[in-house]
Design a protein. Structure first.
Length: 89
């Protein structure tokens, strides 16, 4: 599949329609993570040399009722990174 600028822009109208239908509270909820710090801690303190801090992605945002999936991310002291290819979703 070719993912050029024209292809990406073809989703603009659909995206604007989805955002227009969201309440302020729903829009704000898209900016935050879905896990508490306490839920993430067990994975981040593992002392396993095979597991790097950025291997396990976490969900942020998403509104199931509106068909908006959460973003998967991992961030650290060097900014947002997305694993090292060691996990499949």
């Amino acid at each position: 599949m070719k993912c050029d600028k024209q292809y990406r822009l073809s989703f603009t109208e659909q995206a604007m329609s989805i955002v227009k239908g969201l309440s302020l509270e729903e829009k704000v909820s898209l900016m935050g993570g879905n896990m508490s710090f306490e839920d993430m801690m067990p994975e981040s303190v593992k002392n396993d040399k095979e597991i790097h801090y950025n291997v396990i992605p976490y969900c942020a945002g998403g509104i199931k009722a509106s068909g908006i999936p959460p973003m998967l991310f991992v961030d650290g002291q060097h900014g947002v990174v997305c694993g090292s290819g060691q996990i499949s979703l």
